[in-house]
Write a protein of this length. Structure first.
Length: 209
């Protein structure tokens, strides 16, 4: 992939990393055996005023891979029926394309050399993402293999709470509990939370100069 020679503000802010908020809904807790059911990604950028904000959102319902474990307790928790035909789900390789191709384009546009996964307790999401990449031999994974940015940690610092629904509300962001545990909704709210904290820090840093 040919990279831009001029680094954008977002590339400069995160030392060449493009922050992308990711949420993955699954049929269990074991990335080696349990199905990925939904993937959502929110790409971020910085505007002319120096404010970080969401720019693009991408989402896919995912067909459980062959032989995948479907834990009933997990399905009851997230309310997903993996075989509901109106999900219009796609196989893992296509789902990875839906998420990763726009990220590569955003990296090219901004001069970033790697994407960094932003998540709420992101170890969960990156291990399931990497499992899907390995399972499908996917060649275009844009994400750093282990570096992540954790909004649970940032929320503990900024708002003294680590639960997403509570931290979001403490940040003054609307949160509808009935929509939680959808990858698209949780990724959107996590992106809003991350942007709010980063922008608050930027404002504080400017005021302290």
């Amino acid at each position: 992939m040919k990279k831009s020679t001029n680094k954008s503000p977002i590339a400069k802010r995160f030392r060449g990393f493009l922050p992308v908020v990711v949420d993955i809904e699954t049929a269990g807790l074991n990335p080696a055996t349990d199905a990925v059911l939904e993937i959502a990604a929110v790409i971020l950028d910085i505007n002319d005023e120096g404010i970080i904000h969401p720019t693009e959102t991408h989402f896919a319902h995912v067909i459980p891979f062959e032989g995948a474990n479907l834990d009933q307790e997990a399905l009851e928790f997230n309310g997903i029926d993996p075989y509901q035909p109106l999900r219009f789900a796609v196989a893992e390789p296509e789902a990875l394309d839906i998420i990763c191709k726009p990220i590569h384009q955003a990296m090219k546009n901004t001069g970033c050399y790697k994407a960094v996964l932003v998540g709420h307790n992101p170890t969960f999401d990156i291990t399931f993402l990497q499992a899907a990449v390995n399972r499908t031999n996917y060649q275009n994974n844009p994400f750093h293999t282990f570096t992540t940015l954790d909004t649970a940690t940032l929320a503990a610092l900024a708002y003294k709470h680590t639960v997403l629904a509570v931290a979001v509300k403490k940040a003054g962001i609307e949160f509808e509990a009935q929509q939680a545990h959808s990858a698209l909704y949780d990724a959107t709210k996590t992106a809003e939370l991350f942007c709010k904290i980063v922008n608050q820090w930027q404002e504080l840093a400017l005021n302290l100069r």
